[in-house]
Write a protein that binds this ligand. Structure first.
Ligand SMILES: [Zn+2]
Length: 488
């Protein structure tokens, strides 16, 4: 997600717990493997169609909560396949859920489709080449993400019908991942209430089932309200909201020495007044707090609020702290991850050709990275391979058992939130990664439908991980989804 997330390059922990996962996989071994292959064949036959959809979304990059055309492109495909679509969930017009089938089990896939600001880049170019200065781009590959999930849901549904299988398939269109909260509002609106398990994926530079220990994160707007005055004629009449924000920011800077090494704090000034010769009556900064657990983030948030009150007191202004988003650390689910790992091992990594590798090495050379090309292997499953990114997928994982797959869609060592991913998200190598993701997710969905014991294992694990506590939304009751650009 977000400028906060998908900071790749954190690869700690590989090889730590492969043994325990081996046991989980061993328990799954007797299940027939043929289940996924009809979905593979369908996805191979229809490959050109999915590449066209992914390119269409790539060509019209839209920021969070404004993904009108991107969501419509996916909805159109789903409706043609008989999915019933409900648009607008949790106050988010570009959120939707597409449902097909009846009864239990209910298997869901997640489609993201938002782009990032300022990451416009020419398709398939190994060098930075902006198409439209300052325009958004698919620098996180969500055009591939959303399309593969939709393709997987359709492939699984065709298989469900052909084999007269029970159950329901849901495809959640989840907007505004990059601005931190799309799914959180959908959960609060009850969208996932009937869902048994969630299968997801994200473009990456590696191919693996991920069990990342992403950071919990909370974002707040800190505002100060003062009194305007002519800065030269009558400054004594004014009370500067900008002064308050500067003082508050200094307090936060001092606080950095007294937070845990795992914590992160970021900030941006959104409003500091309109002119130097007018005492600012309003100032606004956006502050992000992150740490390994939501508890630690909440503790830091309490201190941040005191600093805001203190700055307001010192400057005779009024402070207001409003939550923008809050994401907990993901709840890992080995039982469900094992299902996806089994299908990933069967499908195998993307089959990149010489042209793909040549392109990848040219891009690595351009970036000053080691010219090692693209990942050609499936990484072994390990636990707690962590990073310092965050995602609203963490909220979903605390409400419903969730598995997440990564598939290589960019050269090794390159990161998301970069023009390199924008370029690769409209290149044959990106489409190959998308194809693998769709096959693995479709087959995993059929596995879950045909093996109800897998759902019970996944649920049992969620109960253990969450100590049986029901999901509670981090959002205050009056919180509404508002894009940052629209709120300031
Ligand atoms: Zn992303």
């Amino acid at each position: 997600m977000s400028s906060m997330k998908r900071v790749d390059g954190f690869r700690a922990g590989w090889g730590v717990c492969a043994v325990s996962m081996g046991c989980v996989l061993g328990a799954l071994a007797p299940v027939a493997r043929a289940d996924g292959r009809a979905t593979d064949a369908y996805l191979d036959e229809t490959r050109a169609r999915w590449e066209q959809v992914a390119r269409q979304i790539w060509d019209t990059p839209e920021l969070g909560l404004n993904e009108t055309r991107s969501a419509a492109a996916l909805v159109e495909v789903l409706e043609k396949e008989g999915f019933q679509v409900t648009r607008g969930i949790g106050g988010e017009a570009t959120a939707f859920v597409a449902t097909v089938g009846t009864g239990a089990p209910v298997v869901a896939l997640l489609a993201e489709y938002d782009a990032l600001p300022g990451l416009s880049q020419a398709a398939g170019q190994p060098k930075k080449q902006v198409v439209a200065e300052g325009s958004p781009g698919h620098g996180c590959g969500h055009n591939l993400l959303g399309t593969a999930s939709v393709a997987a849901a359709i492939a699984a549904n065709r298989e469900r019908i052909a084999r007269k299988l029970p159950g329901t398939i849901q495809l959640f269109g989840t907007p505004a991942e990059e601005i931190g909260f799309g799914k959180t509002f959908m959960i609060r609106a009850g969208a996932f209430k009937k869902t048994d398990v969630v299968l997801s994926w994200h473009p990456d530079d590696q191919t693996r089932v991920t069990n990342r220990t992403r950071l919990a994160a909370t974002s707040v707007n800190v505002e100060f309200f003062g009194r305007a005055a002519h800065a030269a004629a009558s400054p004594w009449l004014g009370r500067s909201a900008f002064d308050a924000l500067v003082l508050f920011d200094h307090a936060i800077s001092l606080m950095r020495e007294h937070i845990k090494p795992t914590a992160r704090m970021h900030r941006l000034m959104r409003d500091g007044g309109s002119a130097p010769n007018i005492i600012a009556d309003h100032a606004l900064g956006e502050y992000w707090l992150r740490d390994a657990t939501g508890e630690s983030v909440n503790e830091m948030l309490g201190r941040l609020k005191k600093a805001a009150e203190g700055a307001g007191l010192a400057t005779e202004t009024r402070a207001k702290v409003s939550l923008v988003f809050s994401l907990r650390e993901p709840v890992p689910n080995d039982a469900l991850n094992a299902v996806v790992q089994r299908e990933l091992d069967r499908v195998g990594p993307p089959r990149f050709d010489d042209a793909d590798q040549h392109f990848a090495k040219a891009m690595q050379k351009e970036l000053g990275f080691e010219e090692v090309g693209l990942a050609t292997k499936v990484m072994p499953y390990t636990q707690h391979n962590g990073g310092t990114a965050s995602s609203d997928i963490g909220e979903v994982s605390a409400a419903v058992p969730l598995a997440e797959l990564n598939v290589a869609t960019r050269p090794l060592g390159t990161a998301a939130h970069h023009w390199a991913q924008t370029a690769c998200a409209a290149h044959p190598l990106g489409y190959k990664g998308m194809g693998v993701a769709a096959k693995v997710l479709a087959a995993s969905a059929i596995d879950v439908i045909t093996e109800p014991a897998l759902i019970k294992s996944a649920h049992d694990e969620l109960v253990v991980q969450t100590k049986g506590k029901p999901y509670v939304s981090p959002l205050p009751p009056d919180a509404k989804p508002v894009a940052p650009t629209a709120s300031h």
